[in-house]
Design a protein around this ligand. Structure first.
Ligand code: TA6
Length: 299
């Protein structure tokens, strides 16, 4: 366990630990938040006006080195989901096919912390090294740029530092809370097509609002504005350069096999993952960058 302080001269931020992991605790007049260095995984974002965590965090979460935490916003990169379900431009480069890529399991570095009475900005970086080469051959720099204010902004910036172009799929795998999954709706998708990962990857069309009545695992064309409506709250997700959105709830049977997840936890969470997957994968040329942006707010 690490006990060193890696933040100095900050009014609003301090270094803390969660189990085995280093985290930044933000306590600002506009919001509070907890951000792990491992995976650049945001666990909590509580705007002062809303006074609730806009993110779902499993009560059974285990804070261990090398293990993504069940909840918050895991960063899936440089591939999403099972490597072999990706287009070949992505899957052919994968050396160790762990689910959702390696970025969520490795320690990132605090590169920048700026604060004012309006907001706190934190930049975490992950650069290619011997460990990342065990999973994926390319040289890269990945930045997660967080702006904590009344609302949350996350920018995931991929920069190609290699001599060759590479392809990635990616997602901000946002877990959202609900008081009752059966009374939860997601708006913004009506008329859009999706791939149903639970029905032989068939393409289907969404009519009306998304509701959860069974296990759900769908890869949608993404709207820029998504509204998640739960019995007591509404949460808005706005995205930029995110052509896909994955909507997920494990329901009864799958929950029983999930790590850091109670058998009945599916009743109180769902995921909306702003992403670039399947035909929306990104090709990034040497020295070029690509940015996936998510803004999350209490509506
Ligand atoms: O985004 C949906 C999904 O890919 C599901 O298929 C599901 O298994 C989930 O993510 C969680 O993945 P994890 O590796 O965190 O257990």
């Amino acid at each position: 366990m690490s006990s060193h302080s890696f933040i100095h001269r900050s009014v609003f931020c301090q270094s803390v630990t969660r189990g085995e992991l280093d985290a930044i605790q933000i306590q600002h007049p506009k919001c509070s938040a907890t951000l792990l260095l491992q995976g650049a995984q945001l666990l909590e974002f509580i705007p002062s006006t809303a006074d609730r965590n806009l993110l779902w965090l499993s009560p059974d979460a285990e804070y261990k080195q090398g293990k993504s935490i069940r909840g918050g916003i895991p960063v899936c990169w440089p591939w999403f989901g099972a490597a072999e379900k990706n287009p070949t431009q992505v899957s052919d480069a994968v050396r160790k096919p762990i689910a959702h890529g390696f970025a969520r399991n490795l320690n990132w570095t605090l590169a920048e912390l700026k604060e004012s009475c309006h907001q706190v900005e934190v930049v975490l970086t992950l650069s290619s090294n011997e460990t990342t080469h065990q999973y994926w051959p390319y040289e890269f720099e990945l930045q997660a740029h967080f702006i904590f204010a009344d609302q949350l902004t996350v920018e995931l910036v991929t920069t190609n530092k290699d001599a060759k172009a590479f392809h990635i799929s990616q997602a901000l795998h946002t877990y959202l809370p609900t008081q009752d999954i059966k009374q939860t709706q997601v708006n913004g998708f009506s008329g859009l097509n999706y791939i149903d990962a639970l029905d032989s990857w068939c393409e289907k069309n969404q009519t009306g609002t998304i509701q959860f009545k069974a296990e759900t695992d769908r890869l949608y064309q993404a709207p820029e504005n998504i509204l998640a409506i739960t019995p007591n709250h509404q949460t808005r997700l706005e995205s930029k350069d995110s052509a896909s959105a994955v909507v997920w709830n494990p329901w009864i049977k799958k929950s029983q096999g999930l790590s850091q997840f109670a058998d009945d936890a599916y009743q109180r969470m769902f995921c909306i993952e702003t992403a670039n997957v399947l035909w929306d994968i990104k090709e990034i040329e040497p020295d070029a960058s690509q940015t996936l942006t998510l803004t999350l707010s209490d509506a």
